[in-house]
Design a protein around this ligand. Structure first.
Ligand code: F6P
Length: 364
């Protein structure tokens, strides 16, 4: 009997359960056995797993988070967790990876995760083991796929927040600043600002200039607009400046956690204009709760596609969506290259055309 392992790695996001469900249902129907490793690669290394049957994956399509748990720290090739390693002494557990494959006689491991997880998946593939990736992240920053699941749900939370701050900003004649996640890509900030009718959007791809933010706010005021909404991505930075770091997670492969840039923007506003500013940092709200219809659909098709790929022995590859088509791409091409907002893209131009500012007069 064929046996498939599945795990969710990296930060959680809406849609993970919908993928687990689709992977499991497609496999069980074919008579394959499915096991789910707990807490990403941590459970894989520790051989902590559950056998998945139809009952376990019933009724979970709309549930946020992941029934398997996840970890954005455990990396089998630089393991920092006890009893194997420490942050100071990370260890390479290549042999343990092979051992777990042998122990379970796994035909394939399905890795549901973002850039970090797919990087690990690629290394497992290089060991000659069967692995197929499914792209997840609210940041939508993975090259080789038009969309990652989780992004649409985060975008919808962010857009709702931008909508909601309008009335309070307007009532108090204030500048309301909404900070979104997204790491080094501005997809959540840009599209929620466009969809929510934001006035200024600050994204990592376009460095802002404080004087241009101030000039724009003053111009709005001169035009009778007594409130403004600024959407800022956590990775945004001043021209020639640095990103704002909120935390360094030593155990993590990617230790930098961004956050807090919105307070810098509030300071710029209050020190240079007559406006009062208030900040809303959306944080993990963007990763919680039920997935949107789009994410449920995308997750289901991604999961089913992975099992199709398994049957075609397309290992070392990742599921992707390109236009209307579900395709597969080489894992090695999918990792390490970030998909970021392009300054010259039509959506940036659209925002400028309707009068939005990127806080940089050289761009708009
Ligand atoms: O990659 C997803 C993401 O939510 C980023 O947008 C954010 O920068 C990061 O993860 C936060 O990580 P953590 O959950 O460790 O705080």
């Amino acid at each position: 009997m064929k046996k498939i392992g599945v795990l969710t790695g990296g930060g959680d996001c809406p849609g993970l359960n919908a993928v687990i469900r689709a992977v499991s249902k497609s496999s069980l129907r074919k008579g394959y056995k499915v096991i789910g490793f707990k807490d990403g690669f941590k459970g894989f290394i520790e051989n902590d797993f559950i056998e998945i049957d139809d009952k376990i994956v019933s009724g979970i399509i709309a549930k946020g988070g992941t029934i398997l748990g996840t970890s954005n720290i455990a990396n089998p090739f630089r393991y920092t967790l006890s009893p194997y390693g420490t942050p100071e002494n990370p260890v390479d557990l290549t042999d343990r990876v092979k051992e777990i494959f042998e122990l379970h006689e796994l035909d394939c491991l399905i890795t549901i995760g973002g850039d970090g997880t797919q990087n690990m998946a690629y290394k497992i593939h290089q060991l000659g083991l069967g692995v197929i990736g499914i792209p997840k992240t609210i940041d939508n920053d993975l090259a080789s796929t038009d969309y990652t699941f989780g992004y649409d749900s985060a975008l919808s939370v962010a857009t709702d927040a931008v909508d909601r701050v309008h009335t309070t900003a307007e009532s108090h004649d204030r500048v309301l600043i909404v900070e979104t996640m997204g790491r080094y890509a501005g997809w959540i900030a840009l599209r929620s600002a466009i969809a929510g009718g934001g006035d200024i959007v600050l994204i990592p791809e376009i460095e802002y200039k404080p004087e241009d933010i101030i000039a724009y706010l003053k111009k709005r005021r001169a035009n009778g607009k007594l409130f403004s909404i600024i959407v800022v991505a956590e990775g945004a930075k001043e021209k020639g400046g640095e990103v704002t770091v909120t935390k360094v997670v030593k155990k993590s492969t990617d230790p930098i956690r961004l956050g807090g840039v919105s307070y810098k923007i509030a300071d710029i506003v209050e020190k240079n204009t007559c406006f009062e500013a208030r900040v809303v940092v959306l944080g993990h709200l963007q990763r919680g709760g039920t997935p949107t219809a789009f994410d449920r659909w995308l997750s289901t098709c991604f999961g089913a596609k992975a099992i199709d790929m398994f049957e075609e022995k397309k290992f070392g590859r990742m599921v992707a969506i390109k236009g209307q088509n579900f395709v597969d791409v080489e894992l090695k091409d999918a990792v390490g290259v970030l998909k970021r907002v392009e300054k010259d893209s039509f959506e940036v131009k659209s925002a400028i055309n309707i009068g939005m500012s990127f806080g940089n007069s050289e761009v708009g």
